[in-house]
Design a binder for this molecule. Structure first.
Ligand SMILES: [Fe+2]
Length: 333
């Protein structure tokens, strides 16, 4: 199983490893199927840019660090309902969201790290809610590395699922944090801490953020966590940036946008090179990442022409020099 961009899809060699879901959460194409060229247009129309596929190259590669698709879709659904409730001025029914948070915490605790399903792999009408679920997953992963307790993880998860809820009330990007805060604050079942995640998730440590331009420790740690997760998620899902580069971009803004402690916990819980990534090593050989074992940033790779897998965590002189979106890049190099 591996992730590809839709342009790389080749129906002669690839089958879907995960279903494609429409905005009503119905299965458009089941796993195991191939995509007819006519259908490709339809998928592009609804904004699908990434596919999770199986082919000869991905045999034996599993994405164990990825959340199960049905669980992900259920979580997306619960966020969508909350957005609809806020949009029509109803109180958010908090029970379902709390169940979602519990599920997401379990998903995070049972894995050593999280690989995101990009929001570009489902109908774009759901991408806003899928983004919220992904931000919650990354935030919970950070929270766990910061040794937050169960109660704190609950608050963090809920606040992150609802961090952009203000977007249900305004199209103005600069206003959504405050609108969200007001909507959440008025709900007695939602903690003030969770509400402040919505309010502060675009603030920056150096005061250059918005809406208030608050600085340093005035920004709650939960909001700092959400900020890192939010930016990382956008880089992966919206901008199509490779994980190792997204991690580097986050690290580049330590003590400017993000606090050191939060970024350290982030890098300790995220994978630089997900299984299925095509790579070239510094010895000139090409390969594909097959698994993550003891080191999140030093994967196990299958190298061309070598029958045994190479565990980079045991090889102090081998480095990943280049990452390719697909093996087309390898041929052109
Ligand atoms: Fe936001």
């Amino acid at each position: 199983m591996r992730m590809i961009s839709i342009q790389e899809y080749d129906r002669r060699t690839m089958q879907l490893a995960e279903p494609i879901i429409d905005y009503r959460k119905r299965i458009l194409l089941a796993s195991g199927s191939t995509i007819h060229p006519k259908y490709m247009e339809k998928l592009m129309e609804i904004g699908i840019k990434s596919l999770i596929i199986e082919d000869a190259k991905s045999v034996g590669i599993t994405l164990d660090e990825m959340i199960d698709m049905p669980t992900w879709i259920d979580a997306i659904s619960s966020v969508e309902i909350a957005f609809q409730q806020v949009r029509v001025g109803k109180e958010i029914a908090i029970n379902e969201l709390q169940n979602t948070v519990k599920t997401l915490i379990n998903e995070v605790l049972q894995r050593k790290a999280i690989i995101l399903i990009p929001t570009s792999s489902i109908d774009e009408k759901l991408s806003r809610y899928a983004h919220a679920v992904n931000v919650a997953l990354i935030s919970l992963q950070i929270g766990r590395r910061l040794n937050l307790n169960q109660l704190q993880l609950n608050g963090l998860g809920l606040g992150c699922l609802l961090h952009d809820i203000g977007k249900a009330l305004t199209a103005d990007p600069l206003q959504h944090p405050e609108k969200g805060f007001q909507a959440l604050k008025s709900n007695r079942e939602i903690s003030l801490l969770a509400s402040h995640i919505a309010y502060q998730h675009h603030e920056a440590i150096d005061g250059s953020g918005y809406p208030r331009g608050i600085k340093g420790n005035d920004i709650l740690e939960f909001a700092q966590i959400c900020s890192v997760a939010n930016d990382y998620e956008n880089m992966i899902s919206k901008d199509g940036i490779q994980p190792h580069e997204a991690i580097e971009r986050i690290m580049a803004l330590v003590e400017k946008k993000y606090s050191h402690a939060v970024v350290l916990s982030f890098t300790n819980g995220i994978i630089s090179y997900p299984p299925g990534t095509h790579i070239r090593l510094n010895n000139g050989l090409f390969g594909i990442v097959t698994r993550i074992d003891s080191h999140l940033h030093r994967p196990i790779v299958k190298v061309q022409g070598i029958s045994e897998e190479v565990d980079l965590s045991e090889q102090s002189t081998l480095f990943i020099q280049k990452v390719y979106n697909d093996d087309l890049g390898v041929k052109q190099d």
